[in-house]
Design a protein around this ligand. Structure first.
Ligand SMILES: [Zn+2]
Length: 367
């Protein structure tokens, strides 16, 4: 239950950096993608506004001499339509495999539309990802539709009152921008959600698999606990490209992973790959390691501080109150009020919760 609530927070608590309110609403639709060729025959689609509701991950089209592979599906029917159109513009080779990095809705709700466009396509994931899709995402898709009117009504009344009804605090600028944009996009979002649905993956990979698309190799690998317990990343050794799913997100890291100490180990393994381009699950394509190094440092800092405070006998509430975030919020948000709002909601709150719980569970296991 907790996870569902937090997922909904990811899906709906969003805001856009650097946007003055008079610029609202944004141009284009909420699912529109911009495609960048990051290497010859490797094309990544991301949305121009990474935060726009509902959040949606990056998709990377990989074209070999014989066939086409897609790393991560858009989470929407419209996103899939744009990806399929892009593939058909570029090549008449078939899309044969879709690599599903993890099971979260924003990467799996578009699978039904991909299957319609390419009936022979196979979806590849970790076995736990299939379990998660079948047990949780399929049911949740219907529930989200039921809850939408409630979210929208809350956004409307919070905007009118200027008070965040959840916390009782004044509504932040970031929240105002987000709520206004979401209300503007609501009909388009709901219409798409009503027709989107994940499907069960066909091929299950626990460790790794290598695809030879014809003069192009793609390794799809599980390297440890990441954003979930079943993330798979893709590595293109010839092009030195890493597609990491939601293990890394830009510009605001996700603090939601349940095992932040294990995540640090996974991040270190990840950054040991010989890569020049890293495509995060959300946000901008990264052409160096600066941001990824910063993300590891942040998780290490949070875990270390939580450990110290637990060892001093502090309760979770005391830790929350006295935690020193140093200049991390400013450093990740760049001083932008909307990014600050997201750093608070997507990182600070959940990362403290997860780090404390993981530490407590480890202590209990020792006893
Ligand atoms: Zn995601």
């Amino acid at each position: 239950m907790r996870f569902i609530i937090l997922f909904l927070i990811i899906a709906f608590a969003t805001g856009r950096p650097g946007l003055a309110q008079e610029e609202m609403p944004l141009d284009g639709g909420p699912f529109d993608m911009v495609f960048t060729e990051i290497a010859p025959g490797v094309i990544t689609g991301i949305r121009p506004y990474y935060w726009r509701t509902p959040v949606a991950g990056a998709s990377t089209i990989i074209i070999g001499e014989n066939e086409v592979l897609l790393f991560d599906s858009p989470g929407s029917r419209e996103g899939v339509r744009q990806v399929v159109q892009k593939i058909r513009e570029l090549t008449d080779k078939p899309l044969t495999f879709v690599l599903v990095s993890h099971g979260h809705d924003d990467h799996t709700r578009g699978l039904v539309a991909l299957k319609e466009a390419y009936p022979a396509v196979k979806f590849v994931s970790h076995p736990l990802t299939r379990e998660y899709i079948e047990d949780q995402v399929m049911a949740r898709t219907a529930r989200i539709l039921e809850r939408w009117p409630v979210f929208l009504a809350t956004f409307k009344s919070d905007l009118e009152s200027g008070i965040d009804s959840g916390s009782g605090e004044p509504l932040s600028e970031g929240a105002r921008i987000d709520y206004s944009q979401t209300l503007h996009d609501a009909d388009v979002i709901m219409a798409d959600l009503a027709q989107s649905m994940p499907l069960s993956p066909d091929i299950l990979i626990e460790n790794s698999i290598v695809f030879d698309l014809g003069n192009r190799i793609v390794r799809f690998e599980h390297i440890g606990f990441g954003n979930t317990d079943s993330d798979l990343i893709a590595y293109l050794p010839g092009e030195k490209i890493l597609l990491v799913g939601d293990i890394i997100n830009h510009p605001i890291p996700f603090g939601f992973p349940f095992k932040p100490r294990q995540l640090v180990i996974t991040l270190k393994v990840l950054l040991d790959y010989d890569f020049e381009i890293l495509v995060p699950g959300h946000g901008d394509i990264l052409y160096d390691r600066v941001f990824s190094d910063k993300v590891i440092e942040l998780f290490i800092y949070v875990n270390w501080q939580v450990d110290e405070m637990v060892e001093q006998g502090m309760t979770y509430e005391q830790i929350q109150e006295s935690f020193d975030w140093k200049d991390y919020a400013e450093s990740f948000s760049g001083g932008d009020p909307v990014n600050e709002y997201l750093f608070d909601g997507w990182f600070q709150g959940p990362s403290l919760d997860r780090s404390f719980k993981e530490r407590t569970a480890l202590d209990e296991a020792k006893e």
